[in-house]
Design a binder for this molecule. Structure first.
Ligand SMILES: C[S@@+](CC[C@H](N)C(=O)[O-])C[C@H]1O[C@@H](n2cnc3c(N)ncnc32)[C@H](O)[C@@H]1O
Length: 270
């Protein structure tokens, strides 16, 4: 099928003339739920960041390890904020494999996530996907569809994976993260990672492409990322590059630059 035909079949409400963060990210991962305009941005990103696809997959692996770790601590409900398009090892799949009956609510501002999530979730009584802006925690947590699945008197697994860099203003992003942290019960977890500043010139070039093409993508230092967890108990091995966070197999040699794109960690509310 040609691109033009695919674009004609785009779900209602999807604008295929401007790149969308969710679809560009899907294209970087090698997915199929994207359009020519998204692939052009993904191409630019991969050009300045060879190996960027592997770097993006580090995020999915980090997500699975983090969700499993939260389930092992007894968390049975997960709020995946800025979840992106479904790929493999999605939050609800990892959560339910670790703890049958675990509930997940996916939130994404891009309606394409709901369009594709619906098909994936047909018949799954524990999971929902909503189109909403995560920017106002009180408003989002009050939505009936969220309240149906997430009991705020019980620990919640909050997931903010590769999304805080899309909120460029530092004070605004701190307010958002603090809003969610403040609203959840003791024992809750926060799994967060985002684009990470370093001295590597390739990363500066990637930040420039993201800011120009998508209007967002602010790289933060590891110390700034660690500050998102302030007041919570940071789990071992601390805040670091995602590839170094409890890798499935021991790492050999230095990290590639693509593996240094994002850093984060997991923390629990005391
Ligand atoms: C880079 S993708 C990351 C997806 C997924 N969390 C992952 O790491 O695989 C960022 C996602 O956040 C979503 N997003 C950006 N700003 C948002 C907002 N204000 N509210 C909800 N979702 C948002 C985008 O639509 C996109 O799907």
């Amino acid at each position: 099928m040609t691109d033009a035909q695919l674009e004609d079949w785009a779900p209602k409400g999807i604008d295929v003339s401007v790149p969308s963060i969710a679809r560009v990210y899907d294209a970087v991962l090698g997915g199929k739920d994207n359009y020519a305009v998204d692939r052009a941005v993904a191409e630019q990103m991969l050009q300045v960041m060879p190996g960027g696809r592997d770097g993006a997959w580090e995020g999915r692996k980090f997500l699975a390890r983090g969700v499993r770790a939260m389930a092992e601590r007894g968390i049975r409900q997960f709020l995946d904020l800025g979840s992106g398009l479904p790929t493999v090892q999605n939050t609800h799949e990892v959560a339910q494999a670790a703890a049958p009956g675990a509930r997940t609510v996916y939130i994404d501002i891009d309606p394409i996530v709901l369009a594709h999530g619906r098909a994936l979730l047909a018949g799954d009584e524990y999971t929902s996907v909503l189109t909403a802006d995560l920017g106002d925690p009180a408003e989002l947590l009050a939505l009936p569809e969220v309240r149906d699945r997430i009991d705020l008197s019980q620990p919640v697994g909050l997931i903010l994976l590769n999304v805080t860099h899309h909120i460029v203003d530092d004070a605004a992003v701190a307010k958002v993260v603090d809003g969610y942290k403040g609203a959840v019960a003791p024992g809750s977890g926060l799994l967060l990672a985002q684009f990470c500043k370093s001295v590597e010139p390739e990363l500066a070039a990637l930040e420039e492409v993201a800011l120009k093409a998508l209007g967002s993508g602010k790289f933060r230092t590891m110390a700034e990322i660690e500050a998102f967890f302030d007041g919570w108990e940071i789990a071992e091995p601390g805040v670091d590059y995602m590839a170094k966070w409890r890798p499935e197999t021991p790492l050999s040699g230095d990290l590639t630059i693509a593996q240094k794109v994002a850093g984060g960690g997991l923390a629990f509310k005391g």
